[in-house]
Every structure is written in structure tokens, then in C-alpha cells.
Design a protein around this ligand. Structure first.
Ligand code: SF4
Ligand SMILES: [Zn+2]
Length: 467
């Protein structure tokens, strides 16, 4: 089937990683531009493959090139709504090609070609040919397919703009509905190839964390392939509408995660947050010192106020894990009226990179727009505190209130004599302000888990009182 392709094509290469040492060139990614787009067309010349711009053989080792992948499909039963779901398979199917690595989706794609592939005579034309065959095999409703690969800066840039318009049209459509308007949600298992216990829950208000699949896309996919990786979940009994907890969603995730996860809150980072595979567009993370939530997107290269960059954070919460205080999410979800609703939505967000803040500005309540700092305003907990004080963030009122309550309470709890924490054990004195800062005592929802590592705590007496 792939005789005229000089490298192997098989699902067994899906996990192949191409590291810098054996990389010939990089395509798209954070240092360049790129996009992939599947579009249903009226008529398509089946099997047509074109490469516009330099082929691999004309590229220079170690360089980074712009990269566009334009896939046109035609078929009597194909609906426009299926475009996203078919497009989401580009990632998996590209990775079947030995020596080609594909990461992420939409305009976030990042690819590499290995030196071995170059030596074997592999070309982008072969990639397109392999994809044509694989897509028709995976989706028999595709009758004709034509693939254009772009590597010329001007063409990729034009294509990227066009692709972005299409992504926006898809995203806007999903905003027409909310979770209450429907009787079914969807589960997606496409990422189980690398995160075997992960299941995405896609609801009208929560676009999948990869940002590439919304509720409408899932509906179309489940209809054409009910046995496929995207399936219906009858909404059923609502356990908590605010947090987004449903009996049937819990049951589905328990089954599909092989028991690894049995509860999920769709709209909260606390308690039982949505699990994260690895292809999330952004991460929401709890900042205990401030009892607030920060957001960081994949493209942000600096450090977050937690002192770690996106990549390190992604490493902590990916792979299908449910890590309280962290959840992977899409940028589109930040435009949802249910965005982390149970946690207070934007009222609870205390830091986000400027780039995403600008892209979701109109969805942030007006009174908070100039009160949420970005990397240009604050980069540490201390700087955030200073910024929100000066900006008179509404949280300051709550802090004052909390201080007053704490003062009243301390009069009540006179029995607590002393808790001595050996600060040197925390590395830096005062590095455990979770318990220290009276203004940000305990999170308002979801509770707090306090983990002491290598800590020595001396106390004559400790009394914990029920409020
Ligand atoms: S991130 Fe979620 S919705 Fe997107 S492909 Fe993976 S499992 Fe499906
Ligand atoms: Zn994923």
C-alpha cells in the first residue's frame, strides 16, 4: 500500500520522538508559523498531492521552516461539522510515518523530520501520499482527497490567516449552546494512544482541551462512527451543576480510565478536576499563596508565578493524571460563561499571559479587565500582591474581610499556643505561606491539601475547630 514511500508507515511509529540530535529540520512550531486545516469541498481531484515551497531535499539541516497542511476532502455523506474531527486525526496519522514527528493541532502544530528519513529519500510529497491513503482508510466516507503541503513563508502565512478564520467560525458556533441546552455530552478517547487513562468530556460549554473539538464536532463524529473514539454520554442526573459533576460522566470516566479516575468536575480545578492528556492549549493552576488561579498558554515561554514555565507544569499534570489544582484547558473554554464557574471564573483568576488575556478580553468581566496582571505587570507572588493592591482588585475587599474574621477568631482560639515550623527545611525562610498568610487562608471551594515534605513541626498543642 505504501510501496512508493521510502520509509515505513505504521501505527507502531506513533510514539516515535525525534530529538535535536537526530533531527534534520523542524517545521512550524514556536519559532515559526504553521497550521493544518481539513475542509469539505464540492469537488476534489482524488489523490492529488502538491508541495508549494522547498522540499526536504532543498532544506538546510538544523533549520526551521514554516509549514502548512491543507487537506481537501469530498464525499456524499461528509458534513462540514466533521472537518474538525477528521483534522484532529492528522496528529495521529502523521505520526504513523517513520521519521516524521507531529505535535499539537490547528495553528499550534510543531513537526520534525529525522536525518534517517532524509537519508532514506523521504519527501513531503510522500507524507501527503501516506496521509491520503490513511485518511481514506480511516474514514471510508471520504471519497476523494487532495493534500497540499506548504513550506514557503508567504503561502503559509496566507494559509494560516485563512485557517484561523475557519477555526473562529467553528468556535463561535459552539458558543450558541450551553450545557443546560442539551441531553448528551461526549467523551473522546483519541489521546489514549499516549495517555491511556485519559478521557475528554466535551460539553457545549467546555470545548475539548486540545481546542480542536467542540460539542457539535463530537455530535457529527459520533453519528457517523458510533463505535469510534468519540461517543455519547447521556447527561443524566446532575450532581452539581456549578462544578459540572454528572453521574453518567463519572461512570463513563471510571470505565474508560480503567478505574484510574472516577469523578470529574468539568468546571473546577479543585477536588476532581478534568484530567489532562498532554495536548491542552493552556493550563489553569492554583496559586496557594494567593488562593487564586493562574492561567498559562503553551506559547508562553517565561516562568509562571509558581516559578516554573508551562513545559514543567505540563509535565506535572499530563498523561491522563487528575492533579488537584491543575487542569488542562482550551483557549476557547476561557470564552465560556461556565469557565471555572465553581471556582469563581475570572473573579478567581489572578495572573495570565498578556497574549491570552488580549485574546479573551471581551469575555473577562469589564470591572476586572485592568485588574488581572500579566507578565508585564507581575511575575511573582509578591509582585502580584503589589499589583492587585494598587489596582484595587475586588479581592482586596475580601482579604480585608478575611483579616477581620481571622482577628476575631484568634481571640476565640486562645488555646493554640504555638506552632513552630522549622523554616530551613522548606529551603527558603517563609516559603510556606499557605498557612502563614492570614489574608489567603483556605480556598473558598474544594478545600486544600497540605503536604509537608521533610518538615519538622513542633507544637505543644494544636486545636482544630469546626467553624
Ligand atoms: S485532547 Fe481530548 S478531545 Fe482532543 S483529541 Fe485528545 S482526547 Fe480528543
Ligand atoms: Zn490530548
Amino acid at each position: 500500500m505504501f510501496e512508493d514511500i521510502p520509509v515505513d508507515v505504521s501505527p507502531m511509529y506513533e510514539g516515535e520522538r525525534i530529538r535535536a540530535a537526530n533531527m534534520f529540520v523542524e517545521l512550524a512550531g514556536p519559532k515559526s508559523i504553521g497550521a493544518e486545516l481539513v475542509q469539505v469541498q464540492e469537488s476534489v481531484e482524488d489523490g492529488k498531492v502538491s508541495v508549494i515551497g522547498p522540499e526536504i531535499s532543498e532544506m538546510t539541516q538544523g533549520e526551521i521552516y514554516p509549514f502548512g497542511l491543507k487537506i481537501d476532502i469530498q464525499g456524499e455523506k461528509l458534513e462540514k461539522e466533521l472537518e474538525s474531527v477528521i483534522e484532529r486525526r492528522v496528529h495521529e496519522l502523521c505520526n504513523y510515518v517513520k521519521g516524521f514527528m507531529h505535535l499539537n493541532q490547528r495553528d499550534q502544530i510543531w513537526c520534525r523530520i529525522s536525518t534517517e528519513a532524509l537519508e532514506a529519500g523521504f519527501k513531503l510529497e510522500h507524507l501527503a501520499k501516506a496521509l491520503s491513503v490513511l485518511f481514506k482508510e480511516e474514514f471510508p466516507i471520504i471519497e476523494s482527497i487532495a493534500i497540499t503541503v506548504l513550506t514557503q513563508e508567504a503561502e503559509v502565512s496566507e494559509f494560516l490567516e485563512m485557517a484561523k478564520e475557519q477555526y473562529t467560525i467553528r468556535d463561535e458556533r459552539a458558543r450558541e449552546l450551553s450545557d443546560e441546552d442539551v441531553d448528551v455530552f461526549y467523551g473522546c478517547l483519541m489521546c489514549q494512544s499516549f495517555a491511556p487513562s485519559h478521557m475528554c468530556v466535551v460539553t457545549p460549554d467546555r470545548t475539548a482541551l486540545c481546542g480542536a473539538i467542540n460539542w457539535f464536532d463530537c455530535r457529527a463524529a459520533a453519528k457517523i462512527d458510533p463505535e469510534g473514539p468519540i461517543f455519547e454520554i447521556e447527561k443524566g442526573e446532575v450532581l452539581d451543576a456549578e462544578k459540572g459533576e454528572y453521574v453518567n460522566v463519572n461512570a463513563a470516566i471510571a470505565e474508560k480510565s480503567q478505574g484510574m479516575t472516577d469523578r470529574v468536575y468539568i468546571h473546577s480545578v479543585f477536588g476532581y478536576p478534568h484530567t489532562s492528556c498532554g495536548c491542552f492549549e493552556a493550563v489553569a493552576f492554583y496559586i496557594p499563596e494567593l488562593d487564586r488561579i493562574g492561567l498559562v498558554n503553551r506559547d508562553f515561554k517565561g516562568e509562571t508565578p509558581l516559578g516554573i514555565p508551562f513545559s514543567a507544569m505540563a509535565g506535572q499534570c499530563s498523561g491522563g493524571k487528575q492533579v488537584e489544582g491543575f487542569t488542562g484547558l482550551s483557549l476557547e473554554y476561557m470564552r465560556s460563561p461556565k469557565f471555572l464557574k465553581a471556582d469563581g471564573g475570572y473573579g478567581r483568576v489572578i495572573w495570565m499571559p498578556k497574549e491570552i488575556k488580549e485574546s479573551v478580553m471581551e469575555f473577562i468581566p469589564e470591572e476586572l479587565r485592568d485588574k488581572i496582571p500579566t507578565e508585564e505587570d507581575a511575575n511573582s507572588i509578591k509582585e502580584i500582591r503589589k499589583f492587585i493592591r494598587e489596582a484595587e482588585h475586588p479581592v482586596m475587599e475580601r482579604i480585608k474581610q478575611a483579616k477581620l474574621e481571622a482577628a476575631e477568631e484568634s481571640e476565640e482560639i486562645e488555646e493554640i499556643e504555638e506552632i513552630k515550623v522549622d523554616e530551613s527545611e522548606f529551603g527558603e525562610p517563609g516559603m510556606a505561606p499557605v498557612m502563614m498568610a492570614p489574608e489567603f487562608a483556605i480556598p473558598a471551594s474544594g478545600g486544600v491539601k497540605i503536604i509537608f515534605k521533610n518538615a519538622k513541626i513542633y507544637a505543644e498543642k494544636v486545636i482544630i475547630k469546626k467553624k
